[in-house]
Design a protein around this ligand. Structure first.
Ligand SMILES: [Zn+2]
Ligand SMILES: [Zn+2]
Ligand SMILES: [Zn+2]
Length: 240
């Protein structure tokens, strides 16, 4: 409010009422005050000096515009006329124009801070832009969900593929896809470790395996000879 007042009036107030003012001891006369306020009236009536419309308000809500070319806007949030004036920066030699009037900014400090500094980034999968706070490991909510599902499936054993030794599921969807992607043959048994030893629960079955559904059956070599061998061995042990 103070910034809008005509300088001679402002000076007279300060010098009269401040202890260090030049008129503190010798107070201005009524005529002097009248002169000062007549000057103020002329100033307000002259569009060259009174270039800021808010200077006419009884209760201005912002500082006076810096110069005649200062951008002055209505507040888009509350609709107050001329409520926003550009703020001159000597560093950049240009005006910074706030998005909201001072009143609106005071009322919504959190929202205005977020709005003036939007932090967004694009999703690594779909490339669309999202607020950074919504991204999870660089993925938007829907792509993150798809990725979770993809990972869960990749770690799930494919029930349609059975180990040709033990007839149990032995390979995950992810591992199958990895072999296919790299043009390698998908293994048909549990993975053998060093020295060709299979996991302890990969126990060769004695009987011929139950037939499994279509695709996996066709992809597997016929396990019959191997089961036959174990069957014969079992017979040998039991001595029959
Ligand atoms: Zn406003
Ligand atoms: Zn996405
Ligand atoms: Zn096995």
């Amino acid at each position: 409010m103070w910034s809008h007042i005509h300088k001679p009036v402002k000076d007279l107030f300060w010098n009269t009422f401040h202890r260090e003012g030049t008129r503190y001891e010798k107070r201005p006369t009524a005529t002097e005050w009248l002169e000062a306020f007549r000057g103020y009236k002329n100033y307000l009536g002259n569009p060259r000096t009174n270039f800021d419309p808010m200077s006419n308000d009884v209760y201005p809500i912002r500082n006076k515009a810096f110069k005649q070319d200062t951008p002055i806007l209505d507040c888009p949030t509350c609709g107050r006329e001329n409520a926003i004036a550009g703020i001159w920066s000597d560093d950049t030699k240009e005006y910074f124009v706030p998005r909201q009037c001072n009143k609106c900014r005071d009322q919504q400090p959190a929202r205005s801070a977020a709005a003036s500094r939007p932090v967004s980034a694009s999703c690594r999968d779909c490339g669309l832009t999202f607020p950074k706070s919504q991204l999870k490991y660089g993925r938007c909510p829907s792509c993150a969900k798809k990725d979770d599902e993809r990972r869960a499936r990749a770690n799930t054993l494919d029930p349609s593929r059975l180990c040709t030794r033990c007839q149990k599921p032995y390979i995950t969807y992810g591992n199958v896809e990895w072999h296919q992607r790299n043009g390698r043959a998908v293994p048909t048994t549990h993975k053998a470790g060093y020295g060709g030893s299979y996991p302890t629960d990969c126990v060769p079955t004695m009987t011929s395996p139950p037939r499994t559904v279509g695709t996996s059956f066709a992809a597997k070599p016929n396990p019959q000879p191997k089961a036959g061998f174990w069957a014969r061995l079992s017979k040998w042990f039991s001595g029959s």
